[in-house]
Write a protein that binds this ligand. Structure first.
Ligand code: MCF
Ligand code: FE
Length: 409
């Protein structure tokens, strides 16, 4: 049993509590949280004790529920500013990176995830090249094996390719690694692919994710088979009409808790439907900006009591996989939300809400939860506990300690 104490404890609970001189008693799970370090040390005299230092903050480790590690060696290869231009540049370069360069790039990014305090991720895998690295990493990983395809003739090939990758991934399942399903999106998947993915996830009790309404072009395509997707699909795939309406696509996932990623072009009604069906939303502010989109409607979502998570997406649409960079960009992007409430809203997006989205028992410092925590120090003493969350977002890059299941990583 261990006790860790810090000047400021941010449990990420519903009350946005900040506990001064707090301590956490833990094994692989959290045993107790206390605001009286001396009393808790007296209660557990045999526990190993550690104090995180002056101006230290202790909080749940960060959760990045949406990234594509396999796009780590293509940092400057893609076109930004317009979704279709980006997609065309991705399709043009797909699979163009050497295996050796990719493996070392992924290893480097994984190390950065640990250094910046990420304890759990939702990784979308298109090719399976990230499987070995992720299955052997100490992070908690929900490994979303991707399936996509629009043509009837290629359905069997796409399905078999998916099944092969999934089977290997599933053989690596452990208490930290869980194979799951990603049905890529409504514009890149035929109804056969979506039905297959959803049925497969339901029958095998697997987690599911999908990209949804990420661009204005996608909305126009789904609503009326018009807009920028029409010439693109006509020339690339020979498609003239969308397979789904926005509502029709959502209905396909009825009865399956799904992580809908992006949702920058959803209506309040669609956001409510996602919430009422027990599913979750993840948005990626930097990626959305780089692909020429407006930010997800966080203010509206908050008014509807929806609690979205935040992810970085891949380096194919971001300059960094650091959640702290993502938080800073979101902090400045959401200028319609009061700076008095935004810091906690954002920190919960990368902890408690991320855990809810991935269906893991982390992201909050509470008795019985996984002992997944980070500790770091603010440069100077904040002017009151109500300033800690904002100053943490502004000033944190690397953390001093990352603890997963009670183990220092
Ligand atoms: O989330 C971003 C943007 N939206 C869609 N897909 C991707 C993103 N980053 C990487 N991707 C991948 C996706 O997994 O790009 C491919 C898929 O394999 C696009 S479809 C050819
Ligand atoms: Fe993505």
């Amino acid at each position: 049993m261990k006790i860790i104490s810090a000047d400021y404890l941010l449990p990420m609970d519903d009350k946005d509590s900040v506990i001064k001189n707090g301590a956490v008693v833990y094994t692989d799970k959290i045993i107790e949280i206390s605001s009286d370090t001396a009393a808790i040390c007296a209660k557990y005299p045999d526990a190993e004790f550690f104090y995180c230092g002056k101006n230290s903050v202790l909080m749940p480790s960060l959760i990045n529920p949406h990234l594509h590690l396999e796009f780590s060696a293509d940092k400057t290869s893609f076109r930004y500013g317009n979704f279709i231009e980006w997609l065309s540049s991705v399709i043009k370069k797909r699979g163009g990176v050497s295996e050796k360069k990719l493996i070392s790039a992924m290893q480097k990014e994984l190390n950065n995830l640990k250094k910046t305090g990420v304890g759990a991720i939702g990784a979308v895998s298109s090719f399976g090249k990230d499987m070995e690295i992720l299955a052997s990493s100490p992070l908690r990983v929900i490994y979303f094996v991707e399936i996509l395809g629009t043509s009837k003739e290629r359905f069997e090939g796409a399905k078999n390719g998916f099944l092969q990758r999934f089977e290997i991934a599933e053989s690596k399942n452990s208490d930290r690694f869980e194979a799951a399903v990603s049905v890529h999106s409504p514009y890149s998947c035929s109804p056969e692919i979506v039905d297959f993915g959803v049925e497969f996830a339901k029958q095998n009790s697997l987690k599911m994710t999908t990209h949804f309404l990420e661009s204005e072009a996608e909305r126009a395509w789904l609503e009326g088979s018009s807009g920028e997707f029409l010439p693109f699909f006509g020339s690339v795939f020979g498609l003239q009409t969308s397979f789904f309406t926005p509502d029709g696509f959502l209905k396909k996932f009825d009865g399956l808790k799904t992580l809908f990623v992006h949702c920058t072009n959803t209506t309040p009604d669609e956001i409510k439907k996602i919430k009422d069906s027990g599913s979750d939303i993840v948005h990626c502010p930097v990626s959305n900006r780089l692909l020429g989109q407006k930010l997800f409607g966080l203010k509206t979502a908050t008014e509807l009591a929806v609690r979205p998570a935040i992810g970085t997406d891949g380096l194919s649409s971001n300059f960094s996989l650091s959640m702290w960079n993502e938080l800073r960009c979101a902090l400045f992007g959401y200028d319609d939300i009061d700076l008095k409430i935004l810091p906690f809203l954002l920190l919960k997006s990368v902890t408690a809400n991320g855990a809810e989205a991935l269906g893991i028992e982390s992201g909050i410092l509470r008795e019985g939860k996984n002992a997944d925590m980070i500790a770091f120090r603010l440069p100077d003493r904040p002017d009151g506990v109500d300033c800690v969350a904002l100053q943490a977002i502004l000033h944190t890059d690397k953390v001093d300690k990352l603890i997963i299941s009670g183990e220092v990583i």
